[in-house]
Write a protein of this length. Structure first.
Length: 94
């Protein structure tokens, strides 16, 4: 795996915050993703990359796969064992 640039890491951090906190770090506006929309899948992939960089071993890879089951693992024969569904604590917004 090639080293990622600071810009790539910052972009992943911003997408992850959108996914997990529900707001855009640049505009401060609240946002939400439709479940498994293209935008949510991109944000899940970003969060999974962060996890893979920070959490070593099987648990980190399994967590990344649970968050982003669409991205194939680089580990031989590793597949998602669980899938994580992210829901807003506040429920849907009008």
């Amino acid at each position: 795996m090639s080293a990622r640039t600071d810009d790539e890491r910052m972009a992943d951090e911003a997408l992850s915050i959108q996914l997990l906190a529900g707001f855009d770090v640049d505009t401060g506006k609240r946002i939400s993703f439709a479940h498994y929309s293209t935008d949510e899948r991109k944000a899940r992939a970003a969060l999974a990359r962060i996890i893979r960089e920070k959490v070593n071993g099987f648990s980190g890879e399994l967590l990344a796969l649970a968050i982003d089951p669409q991205t194939k693992s680089t580990w031989l024969d590793m597949r998602p064992a669980r899938k994580i569904k992210l829901k807003s604590q506040a429920g849907p917004r009008p």
